[in-house]
Design a protein around this ligand. Structure first.
Ligand SMILES: C[S@@+](CC[C@H](N)C(=O)[O-])C[C@H]1O[C@@H](n2cnc3c(N)ncnc32)[C@H](O)[C@@H]1O
Length: 265
């Protein structure tokens, strides 16, 4: 069983910045009457509720493997047709129920083997069912490269025991091909660079602590993870200090994401 390293408060520190891709993804979905919707990796469930309401869905199921992220969603007053479940995407893939929309915002990059994943997700769609997902595609950004290089530095290297974070996100055109082959006749694949303006470069560390670094946190004892974050901060800020952005009053942090949508014939 994986350690639950997600922290809704840390994640929500950049809630405004994180919401725009959700709305851009939602805008790709064709609203149809009485949709059965599943939101994979729904996090705190706040956006799942928006999804449910905007689509006027018959039923929406939000699933997430983090009990901490789901805590408030599960405790909130019930909304007709909206429910949440603590489960991993792998468990979902083993099921048989079909949906009119499989939606997933900023999650599938945590899941491996995307070609197989898409095939299995497509199998869970009803006829004319839609898939819509958004994944960050910034794995060559310095914020990711520094975390990756630290897996090769002692004392972290020994603690990780040879583990390295895999990049599962594929090139945009590969998603278009995969979706088309799976019977999504007119797939839409868009790369959008979101222009975040942060208070300072230190905010990038706070941002990645809420997401990317959770994968490293899972594999380190707490005290060693604190050391990891300190070293990550030191190296990342040193790299940023070499860039023109570091001299501006606010810190410009472009964030590349990939949005995919398709509807089955
Ligand atoms: C970046 S958050 C996105 C949350 C939400 N979709 C949103 O847009 O606010 C990623 C979420 O994916 C969940 N997650 C990651 N891997 C998962 C998996 N294999 N199965 C289920 N949930 C997963 C995490 O627990 C976390 O809540």
């Amino acid at each position: 069983m994986t350690v639950d390293t997600w922290d809704p408060r840390q994640y929500d520190r950049f809630q405004r910045e994180r919401e725009q891709p959700f709305f851009d993804l939602l805008a790709l979905v064709r609203r149809e009457p009485g949709m059965r919707v599943v939101d994979l990796g729904c996090g705190t469930g706040k956006l799942t509720r928006t999804l449910h309401e905007r689509l006027d869905a018959r039923g929406t199921l939000g699933i997430d493997r983090s009990a901490k992220m789901l805590e408030t969603a599960i405790a909130a007053p019930p909304v007709a047709g909206l429910r949440f479940q603590i489960a991993a995407i792998d468990d979902f893939l083993d099921g048989t129920e079909v949906y009119d929309l499989i939606f997933s915002n900023a999650v599938l990059h945590w899941v491996d083997a995307h070609a197989t994943l898409l095939e299995r997700l497509a199998a869970r769609l009803a006829p004319r069912g839609q898939i819509a997902f958004q994944v960050p595609t910034n794995h060559t950004d310095v914020s990711h490269l520094v975390a990756d290089e630290l897996t090769d530095v002692e004392p972290f290297r020994r603690a990780f025991g040879g583990w390295r974070r895999d990049v599962s996100v594929l090139p945009p055109e590969t998603y278009a091909r995969l979706l088309y082959r799976l019977g999504f006749a007119d797939p839409i694949v868009r790369v959008i660079v979101y222009p975040h303006v942060l208070a300072g470069p230190e905010d990038v560390v706070e941002w990645t602590k809420g997401t990317l670094l959770t994968a490293y946190q899972e594999r380190l004892p707490p005290a060693l993870f604190d050391e990891f974050v300190d070293e990550y901060r030191r190296r990342l800020l040193a790299r940023f200090a070499e860039t023109p952005e570091a001299r501006a009053p606010q810190f410009f942090y472009p964030f590349k994401r990939l949005l995919c949508w398709g509807q089955r014939a």
